[in-house]
Ligand binder design. Structure first.
Ligand code: RB5
Length: 145
């Protein structure tokens, strides 16, 4: 299951991505926002990240104006490895090498077609493990620093 959420700055792109998820047969849950009224992105990041870190969702997608605020919030949650992507190569590599479990996007930065391609790379690539697992384990141990 994919947990998805946005603030008002990412609302329009989130709706486009929800259509993409539907069209491609993904199970998803929308954690808001549900209109363009101004809201605080940390509140939505918390809902989506809790769903991912608890295991209820396999992966998360968060959209705000730049993606940066959502990314900062997401990476403060234990067990979350959020990647801010504005290109498809990064989206692929962050799944393969970093085992990223949340994708953050900027609704005011990238267009809808690129965003869909980025989501496709993020959802269809798998973690490669091996030497990358050692590094991701070291990364996660930094939560205790
Ligand atoms: C909202 O205006 C904007 O600050 C937010 O969407 C996001 O870009 C923050 O990082």
């Amino acid at each position: 299951m994919i947990a998805i959420g946005s603030d008002h700055g990412g609302f329009e792109l989130k709706n486009i991505l929800i259509d993409y998820l539907k069209e491609n047969g993904y199970d998803y849950k929308d954690f808001g926002c549900y209109d363009t009224k101004s809201i605080d992105y940390p509140d939505i990041a918390k809902l989506v990240c809790s769903e991912v870190s608890s295991g209820n969702a396999d992966l998360g997608i968060l959209v705000c104006g730049t993606g940066i605020g959502m990314n900062m919030c997401a990476n403060k949650h234990k067990g979350i490895r959020a990647a801010q992507c504005s290109d498809t190569f990064s989206a692929k590599m962050t799944r393969q090498h970093n085992n990223a479990n949340v994708l953050t996007l900027g609704g005011r930065v990238i267009g809808p077609e690129l965003a869909k391609e980025i989501v496709r790379e993020f959802l269809t690539n798998e973690f490669l493990g091996g030497r990358h697992e050692t590094r991701v384990n070291k990364m996660m141990s930094l939560e205790e620093v």
